[in-house]
Write a protein that binds this ligand. Structure first.
Ligand code: PLP
Length: 393
């Protein structure tokens, strides 16, 4: 059975060019990039090239790029660095819809006595900028707001938010793990101090990330050890993955416009056909400010996980907006923050596309999904209650 992979916000396929660039550094060119000999030195040069490729993708300078082990490490390093740089400040300003890489860290910091403000979003997933401005205080050590939401694809106005934070003398970090490679980013044209990237979301391998730190920003390392990364992140470099990520950044920079136009067309086709063919379905999150590859669709009165299981029988991979926690299905914190009604939130599915998807695949999903939903609804007591079901919403 062919796999139809529509779960690219979870992880992406490593590009062939990326794998080809990496392989020699496992097999033959295994020297330590910090070694004095030329065998290691040639690897060091390749890492410098990867740093330049990564910097070019986001309009940064190479020395502003710190290679890390993943997006989670980058988020943790940014927030902890800001707290270390401003020990007199005890407030972190973030949102209710952040990825656990930020959200769980903030919960941990709260238990340690830090004051955390999680800004709400409206029903479309949009941040209230008036509340944001009000929440910035002289005690705020850092703002951490995601650029693009991993579940809905909704974009936050991080450029404007960073400008306001900078005016008030507050550091600004953005988790751009879902944004990099999907929308243009130019660090020369914004006031963002720190930005997180994860390799496996842009066709590089898992276990490699980047923390961008603007030149002049006070930085306190998370991993203390050797002199690597200009003493900002100790540990022998994950050489093949850094080289792979450099290649992935080069590919993204070269192809972003054309590729994302194609992905957008496929996403819009999928979305429009699903909404047209399946009654009581709706898109979660604004359709105005959104990643081109993501759509989060709710199917009323069915369980997301049941939809995933039936789609899996056809080889279709996606994600659901509810997760089985302690035996009960909980809608995601993102959909809850948006106030998505109970019966909608439970039946939400995130489709996230990549350049490797084809029109035939999208047609296949459009063809199979209506009967899957119909079958599940025929077994749903709520659906069969008809209008009376409104009372359970
Ligand atoms: N931030 C966002 C928005 C994400 O979507 C993810 C991964 O899903 C992460 C952070 C964590 O990245 P990593 O898996 O590289 O730790």
């Amino acid at each position: 059975m062919k796999t139809i992979y529509l779960d690219n916000n979870a992880t992406t396929q490593v590009a062939k060019e990326v794998l080809d660039a990496m392989l020699p550094y496992f097999r033959d060119l295994y020297g330590n990039p910090s070694s004095m000999h030329s065998f290691g030195g040639q690897v060091g040069r390749k890492i410098r090239a990867a740093r330049e490729q990564a910097a070019a993708l986001i309009g940064a300078q190479p020395e502003e790029i710190i290679f890390t082990s993943c997006g989670t490490e980058s988020d943790n390093a940014a927030i902890r660095s800001a707290l270390a740089a401003h020990p007199d400040r005890r407030h972190v300003l973030t949102s209710r819809v952040e990825h656990p890489a930020v959200k769980s860290l903030c919960a941990h910091l709260s238990r340690q006595g830090y004051r955390i403000t999680e800004l709400p979003v409206d029903k479309d997933g949009i941040l209230d900028m008036t509340q944001y401005e009000r929440a910035l205080t002289p005690d705020t050590a850092i703002v951490s707001l995601m650029w693009a939401n991993n579940e809905t694809g909704v974009l936050f106005p991080v450029g404007k938010a960073a400008e306001l934070a900078t005016e008030r003398g507050v550091l600004f970090h953005t988790d751009a793990v879902q944004a990099v490679g999907k929308i243009p980013i130019n660090m020369k044209a914004n006031a963002i101090d720190m930005l997180s990237i994860s390799g496996h979301k842009l066709h590089a391998p898992k276990g490699i990330g980047i923390l961008y730190v603007r030149k002049g920003t006070k930085f306190s390392p998370f991993l203390i050890g050797g002199h690597q990364e200009k003493e900002r992140r100790g540990g022998t470099e994950n050489t093949p993955s850094i080289i792979g990520l450099g290649k992935a950044c080069e590919l993204a920079a070269g192809n972003m416009d054309t590729e994302n136009r194609m992905v957008l067309l496929l996403r819009d086709k999928l979305e429009a056909e699903i909404l047209a063919r399946i009654p009581n379905s709706r898109v979660n999150g604004t359709r105005l400010y959104r990643l081109p590859n993501t759509t989060n669709i709710s199917f009323e009165f069915v369980e997301g996980e049941a939809i995933l299981l039936l789609m899996d029988d056809y080889g279709i991979c996606a994600s659901s907006g509810s997760a089985c926690t302690s035996g009960s299905l909980q809608p995601s914190h993102v959909l809850r923050a948006m106030g998505v009604p109970f019966t909608m939130a439970h039946g939400s599915i995130r489709f996230s596309l990549s350049i490797y998807n084809t029109e035939e695949e999208i047609h296949f999903v459009i063809e199979k999904l209506p009967s899957i939903i119909e079958r599940l609804r025929s077994m749903s007591p709520y659906w069969n209650l008809g209008d009376q079901a409104c009372s359970v919403r």
